[in-house]
Design a protein around this ligand. Sequence first.
Ligand code: NAD
Length: 252
Amino acid sequence: MDNLFSLKGKTAVVTGSNTGLGQAICVAYAKYGANVVGVSRRSSDETKKLVEDLGGKFFEVRADLSTTEPVKGIIEASFNHFGSCDILVNNAGIIKREDAINVLEADWNQVIDVNLNVVFFLSQEFAKENIKRGKTAKIINICSMLSYQGGIRVPAYTASKSAVIGLTRALCNEWASKGINVNGIAPGYMETNNTTQIRSDEERQEEILKRIPQNRWGKPSDVAGAAIFLASDASNYVNGFTIAVDGGWLAR
Ligand code: NAD
């Protein structure tokens, strides 16, 4: 039997490719044979080097994902550069911490734009182009523990990530019959820029650690397995579901 997890000959678009989970996913995909289109606001040179050191191919698209303006160009770049666009990982995301009572409308909108609006319209463009070509494809949305829970002082983030888990199901219902798998990954508490602020608060960091059954924070490379699985043929009959990679957090 062929390797069910191989991504050889496939192209993956990963948003937020310059750091954290996005970078780890780019590297994992290159290891399993995929070409990678990395989308980021800032340079993805470090990721490009990591991918190329593995013998992989990396193409950078520089884009600000706080508006839908770059959406068409991103999918087009993948088809033009590598001839296909088989996997989309909606990973780019932002978090703004503030008491709900003080949240400014501009900050609320920015979080919803990056974490939800662009996720939908990028997925729409990706699906449209693959359905038009009669190609099967995989969408992986990066959700959160706050797709399930309320969180503290991050109301826009919680709203966006709760919406994305719902969107994952909604898009599965419309696109599964057209050959598109739409799934999610809900990372637990991971050591990335996203959590620098709470990790620098010793009390909060300790509180979180105590609640993680596996007794450690996650590392970016911890999401690699689920990301490869959901992108590969191994998950061909998995659709509309979100896998938690959380060291057991949700089991508590
Ligand atoms: P990170 O801050 O290192 O990465 C966020 C990525 O999003 C960066 O590459 C950044 O450049 C990109 N990004 C943000 N705004 C952008 C914009 N306007 N245009 C283009 N790119 C933009 O943090 P991370 O933890 O790697 O976050 C990746 C994803 O994982 C996010 O969706 C985040 O919400 C989610 N997540 C993280 C954790 C965690 O504990 N770290 C937990 C659950 C979910």
